[in-house]
Design a protein around this ligand. Structure first.
Ligand code: OSB
Ligand code: MG
Length: 371
C-alpha cells in the first residue's frame, strides 16, 4: 500500500447536552481526524481519546504526540502491504492504543477504498443492517434519566444502557423497571465505580433482570471480577480492563466476565478488535461495540466492525443526533428503521467528509509527507 501523506486535524465540537459518567463530565469533545492519502484515495480515522485521562491514560494531546513522533514515521518506513500489518508495525510502541487505532483505522479505510469495497466487507462482515442501543449518562435526578429512557425507547433503540455510581444505582434501575417493565432490554455501566466492599449494592442490582453490568470494579482488574461474577447471576461485561486479545483470553479463562465490550480505540485498532471478536466467538462469549462519543468517522468504523457475526448484542453506536447538532460526515448517521443502522454501500467507511463542518470546528492541523 502506497501511503504518501498523512494529515492530522484537531477538532473541538460542543455536545448537544452534557454527558456524565462515574469518572467525570463532558460538555465538548476534542478529537483528531486522521487522513491517510495514497493512490488517489483518502482513508479516514478518528481518535477517541478524551481531553482528560479519566477513561484511560490517553488524551487528545498524547495521541497527537504519539502519532507525530512515532506512529506516522513508522508507517512511512514500514511498507505495509495489508492493513493487518499496521498493528504489527506499531508493536514497538507500548500501549497508546487510541493513537494506534486512529491511524490504523484510516489505513483500513484507505485499503477498502483502493479495493473498491466497503470497510465492512474488507473486515469480513456480512450484515447489511445492525441493531443498536444507546447510552444514557448520570443526571441530576432519577426523573431526568427516566425522561431520556422514554425518548430513546420511542426512537426505537433496541437496548438501553444507563450509567450508575454509588448513590445513583438501585434507585435508577428500580425507577426504570417500574416505568417500562421487565421486558425492556436494560443494562448498567459503572465505569469502575465500585469495590468488593460494595458487593451488597451490586447484589441488589441482581434482582432487576439486567442484560449485564459493565465494568463494576477497578479499571485494571480481572481478578476481583472473578469473585464478583461468582456471586452474581447478572453477566459481567468488561470494558476498561480489556486492551488486547491476550487480556480477553485471560479474562475468559479466569471467568472474570461473560461478555466483552469491544472499543476499537481501547484495543488498538480494527485488526485487534477482530481478533477479540474471533476469540470470543470460539468461546461462546457475546460481544458488542462500545462507544466513546464519536463523530461520524468513528461511528462509521463502529458500524463496520459490528457487521461481524459475533456482535450479537446491540452496541452503543447511536445516531449522530444523539450528541451532535451537525456531524462531520454526510449524510449524518441516522436510524434506518427503529433501532437499526444501515451499513453504507459506498467504498470504505461509506460516508463523505463534510469539509465545511470540519473547517468550522478546526483548532489545529498538520501535514506529514513521506520522504
Ligand atoms: O464506558 O462506555 C463507556 C463514553 C465515554 C467514555 C466511556 C464510555 C462512554 C459511553 C458512551 O458509555 C457511549 C457512546 O454513546 O458513545
Ligand atoms: Mg463502559
Amino acid at each position: 500500500m502506497d501511503i504518501e501523506r498523512v494529515e492530522l486535524k484537531l477538532l473541538k465540537v460542543p455536545l448537544k447536552s452534557r454527558f456524565e459518567t462515574s469518572f467525570g463530565e463532558v460538555t465538548e469533545k476534542q478529537f483528531l481526524l486522521v487522513s491517510v492519502h495514497g493512490g488517489g484515495e483518502t482513508g479516514y480515522g478518528e481518535s477517541v481519546a478524551m481531553d482528560y485521562p479519566m477513561y484511560n491514560e490517553e488524551t487528545t494531546g498524547t495521541v497527537w504526540y504519539m502519532l507525530e513522533e512515532f506512529l506516522i514515521p513508522k508507517l512511512f518506513t514500514s511498507q505495509v502491504k495489508q492493513p493487518e500489518e499496521v498493528s504489527e508495525a506499531f508493536a514497538f510502541v507500548r500501549r497508546n492504543n487510541m493513537a494506534k487505532a486512529a491511524i490504523e483505522g484510516a489505513v483500513w479505510d484507505l485499503y477498502a477504498k483502493q479495493q473498491g469495497i466497503t470497510l465492512a466487507s474488507a473486515l469480513g462482515g456480512k450484515k447489511q443492517t445492525i441493531d443498536v442501543g444507546v447510552s444514557i449518562g448520570i443526571e441530576p435526578t432519577v426523573e431526568k434519566v427516566v425522561e431520556y429512557v422514554e425518548r430513546f425507547v420511542e426512537e426505537g433503540y433496541k437496548r438501553i444502557k444507563v450509567k450508575i455510581k454509588p448513590g445513583f444505582d438501585v434507585n435508577v434501575i428500580e425507577a426504570i423497571r417500574r416505568r417500562f417493565g421487565s421486558d425492556l432490554p436494560l443494562m448498567a455501566d459503572a465505569n469502575s465505580a465500585y469495590t468488593m466492599q460494595q458487593i451488597d449494592i451490586l447484589k441488589q442490582l441482581d434482582d432487576y433482570g439486567l442484560m449485564m453490568i459493565e465494568q463494576p470494579l477497578a479499571h485494571d482488574d480481572i481478578v476481583d471480577h472473578i469473585k464478583l461474577q461468582k456471586e452474581l447471576r447478572t453477566p459481567i461485561c468488561l470494558d476498561e480492563s480489556i486492551h488486547s486479545v491476550e487480556d480477553a483470553r485471560k479474562a475468559i479463562e479466569l471467568g472474570s466476565c461473560k461478555m466483552i465490550n469491544i472499543k476499537i480505540g481501547r484495543v488498538g485498532g480494527l485488526t485487534e478488535s477482530r481478533k477479540i471478536h474471533d476469540l470470543c466467538e470460539k468461546h461462546g462469549i457475546p460481544v458488542w461495540c462500545g462507544g466513546m462519543l464519536e463523530m461520524g468517522v468513528g461511528r462509521a468504523h463502529n458500524i463496520a466492525i459490528t457487521t461481524l457475526d459475533n456482535f450479537t448484542v446491540p452496541g452503543d453506536t447511536s445516531a449522530s443526533d444523539r450528541y451532535w447538532e451537525e456531524d462531520i460526515v454526510e449524510p449524518a448517521v441516522k436510524l434506518a428503521a427503529p433501532g437499526t443502522l444501515a451499513v453504507p454501500e459506498g467504498a470504505g467507511i461509506g460516508y463523505r467528509i463534510n469539509e465545511l463542518a470540519v473547517q468550522k470546528y478546526l483548532v489545529r492541523s498538520a501535514e506529514f509527507t513521506k520522504r
